[in-house]
Write a protein that binds this ligand. Structure first.
Ligand code: FAD
Length: 418
């Protein structure tokens, strides 16, 4: 990044905000202005609501927004994965129809990948999409679908061909969730939240223009979505906070955050709440116990290393040199969460199991204990991350496979999709 270009970007965004930022605007109206000017997603292409800005300069824009308290585009949930996938693989029709409304937050998305029999082995998806006349018709079941109960659209991975090897017979669709053939059934988790759903398709329909690329390209496109998901799951994830300020736009953002954040409310606890460890150790007096102190130190060192690795990965990406650190971030986040779970248990003892008003930190410690397992599963389990690191980073031989070199129809499985 040259000083001159950083300075000119700062001057430009400052001038634009001076002229345009108005907290009394409606949220959608303001975000439409951001989409029109390209300042909402400045690293996106100029043609599609961006300014072609190098990713490394985006933090300058963010700083200027923060300086004046300006609200940014919608960033919560699966919509960011949808945007990244559509930018990489979508047609002009997809970009035209979806990107602006992703930025304004008007549409909500979900990711229809996992199935009861295919989570890690996503390419074994059995949900079937058949071409009937001028429609694709979808039948089958997805599971663990975060936010499906609120979603307008789903990113759907479905099987179109059982006579080719499994990775080649998949298609990637954008599915309208608000249609009669889609039934969403919530699941309750052990931490009490209900973020996920089962989604059943019975002759759900997709118009041909909602297929992304060709009907055999689904795996390639799903890999793009997953890459963005895993990249976002490192130690540097942050969640939007609403402001108490009285103007219209802040009230609308607060409402949006309350609704959009609902399925993710427990995600900070899922990451282990390393930030609470010292406070909790001091308030319980456990900071003087030599064994607990050692464990706290180990955890904080691990968390700091994970954060620096994530920062290095981001810096590499911003300079156009993606390195192996990117594959380590998600796994490191799992290790940190598990270690934090152990340390919180050492500090709080049996009280860690209590919930409710009188429990440690108003139930937050108990929520950490039952939420951290999720981080080792979501978006690819720890074991799958290790396989990826082994094969792609360390170049070890591939895991032995018996199911990739023959038609999916012939791969042993519980049942063949109709
Ligand atoms: C918080 C959260 C949010 C989620 N949100 C979504 C969502 O929005 N949309 C969606 O589609 N899915 C979602 N999921 C599902 C998630 O992607 C899957 O749970 C995950 O991919 C694992 O699949 P599975 O549960 O079927 O486990 P399985 O694949 O059955 O794995 C079971 C165990 O076997 C191990 N294993 C499997 N294969 C191998 C292998 N080859 N080598 C070594 N070990 C292996 C796994 O590591 C795991 O320990 C979410 C999950 C969580 C926890």
């Amino acid at each position: 990044m040259t000083e001159a270009s950083a300075d000119s970007v700062r001057a430009e965004i400052r001038a634009w905000l001076n002229e345009n930022w108005d907290p009394n605007l409606g949220l959608v109206a303001w975000r439409n202005k951001l989409a029109d000017s390209g300042w909402g997603a400045p690293h996106w292409p100029k043609q599609w609501y961006g300014r072609d800005l190098p990713v490394g300069l985006v933090p300058i824009v963010d700083e200027e927004f923060e300086r004046v308290g300006a609200v940014g585009v919608a960033k919560m949930g699966i919509r960011t994965l949808a945007a990244a996938t559509i930018l990489a693989h979508g047609s002009d029709f997809h970009k035209e129809k979806f990107l602006r409304r992703i930025l304004t937050g008007e549409d909500t998305w979900c990711q229809l990948f996992s199935e009861p029999g295919s989570g890690s082995d996503l390419a074994a998806a059995m949900t079937r999409a058949e071409r009937r006349g001028n429609r694709w018709v979808v039948n089958g079941q997805k599971v663990w679908t975060t936010s499906a109960h609120r979603a307008d659209y789903g990113l759907l991975l479905a099987r179109t061909n059982v006579d080719v090897p499994k990775h080649k017979g998949l298609a990637y669709f954008i599915l309208d969730m608000r249609q009669p053939g889609v039934e969403v059934v919530p699941l309750r988790q052990m931490n009490g939240h209900a973020s996920f759903n089962q989604v059943f398709f019975t002759d759900a329909e997709v118009a041909p223009e909602f297929l992304v690329e060709q009907d055999s390209d689904g795996w390639k496109i799903a890999t793009t979505t997953l890459m963005h998901e895993r990249r976002g799951a490192d130690a540097m994830r942050s969640f939007p906070k609403s402001s108490e300020r009285p103007e219209r736009i802040y009230r609308e953002v607060a409402r949006e955050i309350a609704i959009d954040l609902e399925p993710y409310k427990w995600y900070p606890q899922r990451a282990g709440r390393v930030d609470l460890v010292l406070t909790r150790a001091r308030e319980t007096g456990r900071n003087t116990d030599p064994v607990v102190r050692q464990e706290i130190a180990k955890l904080l060192i691990m968390a700091r290393c994970a954060e620096w690795t994530a920062r290095r990965a981001r810096a590499g990406l911003q300079q156009g040199h993606p390195g192996p650190e990117g594959s380590l971030g998600k796994l490191a986040a799992s290790y940190v969460a598990r270690a934090a779970n152990r340390v919180h248990t050492m500090i709080s003892g049996a009280d860690a199991m209590l919930t409710g008003k009188d429990s440690p930190m108003n139930g937050v410690i108990a929520e950490i204990l039952v939420s951290t397992p999720a981080i080792s599963i979501a978006g690819g389990t720890d074991e799958i991350q290790k396989n990826i690191i082994a094969e792609r980073v360390l170049k070890l031989p591939k895991e032995p496979r018996f199911d990739t070199d023959r038609p999916f129809r012939e791969v042993p499985k519980n049942a063949l999709p109709k």
